[in-house]
Write a protein that binds this ligand. Structure first.
Ligand SMILES: Cc1cc2nc3c(=O)[nH]c(=O)nc-3n(C[C@H](O)[C@H](O)[C@H](O)COP(=O)(O)OP(=O)(O)OC[C@H]3O[C@@H](n4cnc5c(N)ncnc54)[C@H](O)[C@@H]3O)c2cc1C
Length: 413
């Protein structure tokens, strides 16, 4: 077992990494701090570049059984006026779909695949990593359980830190960094059962952060009553924020007044919010890009390495790209330290660019442009404010930086 690779964290990136290493014949084990697998969070979007990797891992059909195949992304102002739309995934000519899925379903598909392929004991639960020590021959990871009791340390050839935005591995490597930074946008996320709107598979972004923004998309097929599970997130510029916990319960009174008059002909947003079955609150946070992820036989992956604003639906996608690249590098270079450096050279510049782009020019910049040029009033003619070409250039620019512009991605098939 000492030659085995130790993966810290059994979230999106850790499990994708385990599947990818296993596929290449590299032995690994996953250590997860949670005592049991829980259905965390609400919806998530898997963009075509992430779906390409998950398809190569043989997971497209399993994910598709739970997901809505997103047809289009459409933008509206806070008065419900149409601004811009573009087809998504296969509807836009990609070879891979874009899926909108419950995060819990996505995670369960990964967990099941890891247990089926690597063995029932491949994920060791209730093991929170507290630190690592390395020498020339390997790395030792130290653990405690949920009660804080010390557990046996584990030795491996390398430690891959997939332990998320509050990574203990990152904290050890960068002890003076402090918590993730809050820049003033708070989020309330919910799911409601509601009638299909627009195409029934449309992802909507509406409003703007200063006056209230919404992201809304369905994550299930209609049920027997014709209702879909609709995921929504309210994003508001606000000094209020409570530090990140995936399951912090939200209070509707804290944000509903902003949306109380959002009754669009195509969707009663206020009604959708009031119908919430789940309501969570968390701040939008990221971290400044790091200059280095790999230190000898230890490296950082996904949110541990590059947490980003979720304004491009790309954090998990970038983590999946990390996991795939890291597995390939570990296969190509027999020396773990060299493999981890090669991974860093490939992924660090790309992922850091997405972090910065998500701050300065994510796709929802489209909404900001119209909000500012219209003076936050209903417009008579959109063309007087902005052309469709200018708006398309915003989303195309983001796709290029995030690695999913159609031409280059399809060329990889
Ligand atoms: C509101 C919001 C919406 C988002 N929407 C999207 C989207 O639509 N599309 C998208 O691609 N991304 C989205 N993201 C980003 C995405 O959720 C993250 O980027 C992704 O989950 C990161 O994966 P990860 O494996 O790094 O971390 P996680 O999925 O958070 O997993 C980390 C795991 O490590 C475990 N862990 C933590 N500490 C330790 C420890 N010390 N020892 C052992 N285990 C530990 C945790 O329990 C957890 O299981 C969104 C994020 C937010 C906040």
């Amino acid at each position: 077992m000492a030659d085995s690779i130790i993966i810290i964290g059994g979230g999106v990136s850790g499990l994708t990494l385990a599947l990818s290493l296993h596929e290449l014949g590299i032995s690994c084990r996953v250590f997860e701090s949670a005592a049991a697998i829980k259905r965390l969070g609400v919806g998530i979007n898997l963009l075509p570049h992430a779906m390409r990797e998950l398809t190569q891992l043989g997971l497209q059909a399993k994910l598709g059984a739970h997901a809505v195949e997103t047809r289009e992304m459409s933008y509206y102002n806070r008065f419900g006026q149409f601004i811009f739309t573009e087809p998504r995934g296969r509807f836009a000519g990609y070879e891979w779909p874009q899926f909108s899925i419950h995060r819990g379903d996505f995670h369960q598909v990964l967990v099941d695949a890891v247990r089926e392929r690597l063995g029932a004991d491949a994920i060791t639960m209730d093991h929170r990593c507290t630190g690592v020590e390395q020498d020339d021959t390997g790395v030792t990871a130290h653990f405690v359980d949920t009660a804080g009791r010390s557990l046996a340390s584990v030795r491996g050839a390398a430690v891959l830190g997939c332990d998320g935005i509050h990574s203990a591995i990152r904290r050890q490597l960068y002890p003076d960094e402090g918590p993730p930074s809050y820049q003033g946008i708070n989020m309330w996320r919910g799911v409601s059962r509601w009638k299909p709107f627009l195409s029934g598979a449309t992802m909507v972004q509406a409003g703007w952060l200063d006056v209230g923004k919404m992201v809304i998309y369905p994550i299930s097929a209609p049920d027997d009553e014709g209702l879909q599970v609709i995921n929504w997130v309210a994003e508001i510029q606000s000094p209020r924020h409570v530090m990140q916990d995936w399951m912090l319960a939200g209070n509707i009174d804290d944000f509903y007044p902003t949306y109380a008059d959002w009754h669009f002909p195509w969707l009663d947003v206020a009604g959708l919010i009031r119908a919430h079955e789940v309501l969570l609150e968390y701040p939008m946070v990221d971290r400044d890009p790091l200059p280095q992820w790999t230190f000898g036989r230890v490296t950082l992956v996904a949110d541990a390495a590059h947490p980003m604003y979720p304004r491009g639906a790309n954090g998990a996608g970038q983590g999946i790209l990390d996991a795939r690249a890291l597995a390939r590098c570990m296969q190509a270079a027999p020396d773990p330290a060299a493999a981890l450096k090669a991974y860093e050279a490939e992924r660090l510049p790309a992922a850091n660019s997405v972090v910065l782009k998500s701050r300065t020019a994510p796709p929802d910049l489209i909404l900001q442009v119209v909000h500012e040029r219209s003076g936050d009033r209903p417009f008579e003619r959109l063309d007087d404010l902005v052309s469709q070409e200018e708006l398309a250039a915003i989303t195309d620019g983001y796709k290029r930086v995030a690695g999913f512009d159609r031409a280059s991605l399809n060329a990889k098939s």
